[in-house]
Ligand binder design. Structure first.
Ligand code: OAD
Length: 248
């Protein structure tokens, strides 16, 4: 891990008026949430996530897809935000404007206390109707798997973006807008492969923002950013925030 951090980066953080952050599964790795591409364990080892997280898979076998998400929901519910999530909460309190854009569906940024969260891929803890897209907070307890919408009787599904589905328009628009006005753009814990999220750091570079990547591994973005900090979010982020904003 690069310590001490470059002075220019520390000064930029101190003087920033708008910081934007894009996070991926890597920031939740230290909370014990397997990244999307990590091998599935136990019963689910035989399935490829990309084969389950699609509308076609749900139509073909709604029970299997619902139970896969129920298993992931249970995993996530047991996980706790880690020092990386908490460092972003601290950073948000230090700057006039802060935009947190996440590809994660685990809800850990919210549980850590982050305020301005843009969930590009939805949230696994929310449920919606497969037919009409309405969010549903409760439904009659029956043995149906998946359960049915209390409004229209359609099947219920997790409120996450599946492969082949478009991202929530408002969320993406707000995320793109932040790349045009931020002073500093962080890309943290993402392989920077999946569009359109992966285009956000590039847009920030084109808009003249200072760009920082935090990842133990190189990604296609690494050679394009101003500062590539090699290491885990749970250790680099707290150290960086403490270096820029030393405790009084
Ligand atoms: P990936 O699993 O593709 O990448 C995780 C990244 O986190 C990798 O680059 C790792 O090197 C890095 N990483 C691992 N541990 C880390 C740590 N402790 N600290 C920092 N980084 C760490 O996950 P995403 O990039 O989030 O989309 O994947 C993006 C999207 O692909 C997901 O949101 C999902 C998937 O298709 C949908 O579900 C629509």
């Amino acid at each position: 891990m690069n310590l001490p951090f470059p002075n220019q980066l520390i000064e930029a953080l101190k003087n920033a008026t708008h910081i934007a952050v894009l996070t991926g599964a890597g920031i939740s790795a230290e909370s014990g949430v397997p990244t999307f591409r990590e091998a599935q364990t136990g019963l689910w080892a035989q399935y490829d996530p990309q084969e389950l997280a699609t509308p076609q898979a749900f139509r073909r076998n709604p029970k299997l897809v619902w139970e896969w998400y129920a298993w992931r929901r249970e995993l996530v519910a047991k996980a706790e935000p880690n020092p990386g999530h908490l460092a972003l909460v601290a950073l948000e309190s230090k700057v006039p404007q802060f935009t947190l854009i996440t590809q994660n569906v685990d809800g850990l940024h919210e549980r850590a206390g982050s305020q301005a969260i843009i969930e590009l891929h939805g949230n696994i803890m929310r449920t919606k109707c497969f037919e009409n897209g309405r969010l549903v907070n409760s439904w009659p307890a029956t043995n149906d798997v998946p359960p049915h919408c209390p409004h229209c009787g359609g099947m219920l599904r997790p409120d996450v973006v599946w492969f082949g589905e478009s991202l929530p328009y408002e969320a993406l628009e707000t995320a793109v807008a932040s790349t045009q006005t931020c002073d500093i753009f962080f890309s943290i814990g993402t392989s920077a492969l999946v569009q359109p999220a992966a285009s956000l750091p590039i847009k920030a570079i084109q808009a003249g923002a200072i760009t920082v990547e935090i990842n133990p591994q190189p990604t296609p973005l690494t050679t394009h950013v101003d500062y590539a900090l090699t290491g885990s979010a749970g250790s680099v982020l707290p150290a960086l925030v403490a270096a820029a904003f030393p405790p009084a």
